[in-house]
Design a binder for this molecule. Structure first.
Ligand code: GAR
Length: 201
């Protein structure tokens, strides 16, 4: 079974979706470690309840970003991870980290990229007045939410949507999109060609 590490910062509903799809046999993967930069992240409890190794690496406990990321890499390597999954990890990773894990980091973002990168993608979409919104699963490059796109899911935006109601509708699709992308990766069906991801049959 190929091993992945999951980086989180909060609630961990995407982590839960991955764990659930491993448990029901859809995903041929093992989560070897869950790493959080926040010690009060509920995601840690979710991992603990499932018997998955979970580690807190607070940024403030490190003298530099370099040291913070070196600790993350050491944990991931010690656990034998082949892939790093960002599931609500709310920090920008350095170019050094991205190079260390080139083409081996997958992120989920709550917007149809390249629109609305960065923080609060759902609110940005709502404020802009778009009629459709959604989520994107992509490989991470050195930019912010700019790497090759694996797949996207679309939802309608309603006239009476709030940030919460739109976020909830998108989240349902996130929980479908991330396991789908990870399954394609696990089955070696993703090929990165330039900035495009081709899905092999
Ligand atoms: C998700 O909506 C995810 O797309 C978003 O944070 C939320 C985490 O929820 N990520 C980003 O905005 C990254 N830029 P979760 O902790 O319940 O999975």
């Amino acid at each position: 079974m190929r091993k992945i590490g999951v980086l989180v910062s909060g609630r961990g509903s995407n982590l839960q979706a991955i764990m659930d799809r491993i448990a029901d046999g859809f995903l041929p993967l093992e989560i070897a470690v869950v790493i959080s930069d926040k010690e009060d992240a509920f995601a840690l409890e979710r991992a603990g309840m499932a018997g998955i190794k979970n580690v807190v690496i607070p940024r403030k406990g490190c003298a530099s970003k370099e040291e913070f990321e070196a600790k993350i890499t050491a944990e991931l390597q010690a656990a034998g991870c082949e892939l790093v999954v960002l599931a609500g990890f709310m920090r920008i990773l350095s170019a050094d980290f991205v190079n260390t894990w080139e083409h081996k980091i997958i992120n989920i973002h709550p917007a149809i990229l390249p629109s609305f990168p960065g923080l609060h993608g759902q609110k940005q979409a709502l404020d802009y007045g778009v009629k459709v919104a959604g989520c994107t699963v992509h490989f991470v490059d050195a930019g912010t939410d700019s790497g090759p796109i694996i797949l996207q899911k679309v939802v309608p935006v309603m006239d009476d949507d709030t940030e919460d109601s739109l976020s909830e509708r998108i989240l349902v699709q996130e929980h479908i999109a991330m396991p789908e992308a990870l399954k394609l990766w696990a089955e070696n069906k993703l090929e990165i060609v330039g900035r495009k991801v081709r899905i092999k049959a």
